[in-house]
Design a protein around this ligand. Structure first.
Ligand SMILES: Nc1ncnc2c1ncn2[C@@H]1O[C@H](COP(=O)(O)OP(=O)(O)OP(=O)(O)O)[C@@H](O)[C@H]1O
Length: 444
């Protein structure tokens, strides 16, 4: 590629830092970024051997690096040059995806997130109904509509679905979808470039404003102030506003009281994790959409392993699909079990938090909580810290960045390093193994 894509430059930099020169030259330099979609990134590699190496040894890092770049989970896919050539040949020219797609992700609607592709279950029934009402009668009954709930449960999906439905009824409608972080960035840039008027027009001259993950407004005083005025302008004009967050407005730290009260003017609906039946239905729908043939017992198996986050459920399906392609075998329960080995956390059902793990580990090793979360590099502290990070990864569903944050704001690569170190040590060090088992027992 003459002009490497910024994402590829980012990935190369990351791998350069984490691999030896020989590994980097062998695996990374021979690869290329060929496709980016809303939820996957495809890397082309020269041979099947390369593909298997990437699949088995570099996938975890790729997922982390992609998370860092996009701020969400993106699945890496690997194709050999031969497969890529076949793919290009079979593709209709107008369907070619382009790299421009990346810049559109944050500001346009994702065509996959529609009401048609949304599976209704107990945990999201209310949210789905409210979304439909708002799409059909915007700006009247539930304004703003506020979705809240855990990670990867379909809040963004429903928000986009409202946008699609609205557009169907009203093809000329102006819709703006933005994450709260992008709203904040746009606002700051407008101040720096003295383009506030343009910014205001962009946000206030719309029929439907969708703002995702507003918990990230916490601590951003100026942005909150601006959003307050945006909200008022739209509300007074009877334009619909839809917001999402991981928690209720009054639980978002440092969210201005006047915003909290405005968000309560409309309807707040929570989305809770899907039950097994819904998870199976979601998997079935995704598998059908991909043209995958998966036996029912295998779908139940996968749905039984991943029980909280739908994004992870999708990730599991992608992994099983890739595994079956590499192995050139049909998808069966035993193939799925093999493919998901590293994703299935055996202790995951324990109801523990990072804070509890930190308390138990610091007590066990008789160090203070401050040291456990701090920066001291002495062995008596570093080891317990790494163990606590390892257990947070093993026993909870928190993302790596979140774990890093809970350990005094450390980078997620520090958490990966800790995890890998302890995992490796566990295979050789019986004493450590015993200690970790004891800690796990206390946590139970
Ligand atoms: N009920 C559902 N039916 C089908 N797919 C779903 C459903 N709920 C979620 N998904 C899929 O799960 C993935 C994650 O959903 P989404 O991004 O909407 O989650 P979210 O709640 O916004 O998460 P976050 O808090 O991380 O922003 C998406 O690919 C979405 O299409």
């Amino acid at each position: 590629m003459n002009n490497p894509h910024p994402l590829w430059i980012h990935l190369q930099d990351k791998f350069k830092q984490s691999l030896s020169k020989v590994s980097y030259d062998t695996w990374i330099q021979s690869a290329n970024l060929v496709r980016v979609t809303d939820n996957s990134v495809t890397i082309e590699v020269p041979s099947t051997l390369h593909k298997e190496y990437w699949q088995n040894n570099l996938t975890t890092r790729m997922v982390e690096y992609l998370y860092e770049y996009f701020g969400r989970e993106i699945s890496p896919l690997f194709v050999t040059s031969e497969e890529q050539a076949n793919h290009e040949e079979n593709k209709e020219p107008q369907k070619r995806e382009s790299f421009d797609h990346i810049s559109m992700v944050s500001s346009t609607l994702n065509s996959k997130y529609s009401f048609d592709t949304f599976v209704i279950g107990k945990g999201n029934q209310m949210a789905h109904a409210a979304a439909l009402v708002v799409a059909e009668e915007p700006g009247t009954i539930y304004n703003p509509l506020f979705f809240y709930g855990g990670v990867g449960l379909g809040k963004t999906h429903l928000m986009h679905a409202i946008g699609h439905q609205y557009l169907q009824i009203n093809p000329n409608a102006k819709i703006k979808y933005v994450s709260s972080e992008n709203f904040a960035n746009d606002f700051i840039n407008s101040i720096q470039n003295r383009t506030q008027e343009k910014f205001r027009q962009q946000y206030r001259n719309v029929d439907l404003l969708l703002v995702d993950d507003i918990q990230f407004f916490a601590d951003k005083e100026g942005t909150q102030e601006e959003f307050f005025h945006t909200f008022n302008a739209l509300y007074d004009d009877r334009k619909q506003i839809v917001l999402t967050s991981d928690r209720l407005p009054n639980e978002i730290p440092k969210l201005q009281e006047r915003l909290v009260s405005r968000f309560a003017w409309g309807l707040s609906v929570d989305i809770t994790p899907p039950d097994l039946e819904t998870r199976i239905a979601i998997l079935r729908k995704k598998a059908n959409a991909e043209g995958l043939e998966i036996p029912n017992d295998t779908l139940s198996y996968i749905a039984g392993q991943i029980d909280s986050n739908i994004r992870e459920l999708e990730g599991a399906l992608v992994r099983v699909q890739a595994y079956s392609a590499i192995q050139r075998n049909d998808i069966t329960t035993s193939l799925a079990a093999d493919a998901l080995k590293s994703m299935v956390k055996k202790d995951k059902n324990l109801d523990v938090s990072i804070a509890t793990i930190q308390q138990v580990v610091s007590k066990f090793y008789q160090i203070t909580l401050a040291d456990l979360k701090g920066k001291k590099r002495v062995r008596q502290i570093v080891l317990p810290r790494q163990i606590a990070m390892y257990l947070s990864r093993e026993m909870t569903n928190n993302s790596l960045p979140k774990i890093g944050k809970e350990f005094g704001g450390k980078d997620h690569t520090t958490v990966i390093h800790a995890y890998e170190k302890i995992e490796k040590a566990l295979s050789k060090d019986d004493e450590l193994k015993h200690e970790i088992e004891q800690i796990k027992k206390s946590l139970q």
